[in-house]
Write a protein that binds this ligand. Structure first.
Ligand code: CS2
Ligand code: MG
Length: 404
């Protein structure tokens, strides 16, 4: 089943998405997400200039071989651009295989190991009362797990706060250059336990509570935070310290039993090998679209399973609905599934991406359409041209650049 066409679609329905569309000689099409937030065109060019020409004439069924060919054949390995491009090819080929087989991708991966995929939503507020109202909205909608973030008093802008009327948190893409935030660790560390106490006091312990630290602490500060949150029985704290310094996680472990989740900026099994093998984390949060696709993500999850680490895939709104669907197919099948992030997508994304996944009682299901169950409307995509946008940059009060 030869590949006859591979093209890249860049569109901005609410925010930028890059999609790879592969077509076979029989006219079967498959799509994969190639979005790398804030650096979208680098992956688009990598695909168009260097990968698409290599796909033409290859057998679309040989997913593993094409993966190895693109990975080893480039000589230059790993990294977000390469691994996002390979992921897009991989996911598009799984989509095609499912359509040809007449089966949803999760059936090809071994079938459902659970009834649905537990997700966490994003509650946030400028103040604690505002946050509590938002948590109530998620619980009312049936969520069994909620990530909570509240604006740190005294800081003008805190990560993860704000959003639209649908309760979606998006860092604004405001203007041609990145916005700058100011960060102060002391104020944050004093404030977070107060936030979690307020949430547990009002809603009790009958749902999972999560929090994203977004790489901002030192190892010992992260240990202190984890310890101070132990009474609130967090499901996890995410990205407590910058993930490059992996030995730092040993320090955190020595000080707290609060579970640790890491991985949204990792791109390969080699990036998480140490943390997993040394059992320094509890959840691996790699994403299907930044970690080489379904084929490679399953290897990461298998390594994690060997070491008692569960999955918790990244599912931010800057990963397209194609990614979210692909993640759900994997999540439904793996033995060591933990949780899946669900941030949702901004309208008018539904004009461009047609999805089949459903949400009931806190669980998502990818649906039973053959393949991934997501399609892209190219005419609609063309109505929303790419707009350059950046993630914000963080500085400490003295002006030095800090992790955002
Ligand atoms: C985040 C992301 O979802 C998360 O946990 O940390 O929102 C992250 O900031 C973005 O995906 C960056 O593009
Ligand atoms: Mg995060």
């Amino acid at each position: 089943m030869k590949i006859v066409d591979a093209k890249v679609i860049v569109t901005c329905p609410g925010r930028n998405y890059v999609t790879l569309k592969i077509t076979t000689e029989d006219g079967v099409t498959g799509i994969g997400d190639a979005t790398l937030n804030g650096r979208e065109l680098s992956v688009a060019a990598y695909l168009t200039e260097h990968v698409c020409p290599l796909l033409i004439g290859r057998d679309a069924h040989r997913i593993g071989d094409i993966w190895q060919y693109l990975y080893k054949g480039a000589y230059w390995r790993r990294g977000p651009v390469t691994m996002t491009a390979i992921a897009a090819v991989d996911v598009a080929l799984w989509d095609i295989k499912g359509k040809v087989a007449g089966l949803p991708v999760y059936q090809l991966l071994g079938g459902a190991a659970r009834d649905g995929v537990l997700v966490y939503g994003h509650a946030n507020g400028q103040t604690i009362p505002e946050l509590l109202d938002d948590v109530a909205r998620f619980l009312d909608r049936g969520y069994r797990a909620v990530r909570v973030q509240a604006a740190v008093p005294g800081l003008e802008k805190t990560y993860g706060i704000g959003g639209n009327s649908a309760g979606l948190t998006y860092e604004p893409a405001d203007g041609e250059l990145p916005s700058e935030h100011v960060w102060e660790t002391g104020a944050y560390l004093d404030f977070v336990p107060e936030v979690m106490a307020a949430v547990r006091e009002r809603f009790g312990f009958g749902f999972h509570l999560l929090h994203d630290v977004h790489h901002r602490l030192t190892p010992i500060e992260a240990g202190r935070l984890g310890k101070s949150l132990e009474p609130y029985r967090m499901f996890w704290i995410e990205d407590p310290t910058p993930a490059e310094d992996q030995a730092a996680f040993r320090t955190i472990r020595q000080h707290t039993t609060t579970p640790i989740a890491v991985g949204e900026i990792f791109n390969s099994i080699w990036d998480c090998q140490y943390l997993i093998e040394e059992r320094l984390i509890d959840y691996i949060r790699t994403s299907v679209s930044h970690t080489g696709g379904i084929t490679h993500l399953r290897r990461v999850f298998d390594l994690a399973a060997l070491h008692g680490v569960r999955t918790g895939s990244h599912g931010a709104g800057d990963l397209s609905p194609v990614s979210f669907a692909a993640a759900l197919h994997v999540d439904l099948t793996v033995p060591n599934f933990g949780i899946q992030e669900y941030m949702g997508h901004l309208e008018p994304y539904q004009e461009v991406f047609h999805t089949n996944y459903t949400f009931t009682d806190g669980l998502f299901h990818p649906g039973d359409a053959p393949g991934l169950g997501v399609d892209i409307d190219e005419q609609a995509a063309a109505r929303y041209p790419y707009q350059r946008a950046y993630l914000p940059v963080n500085r400490l009060r003295d002006g030095s650049v800090h992790d955002w």
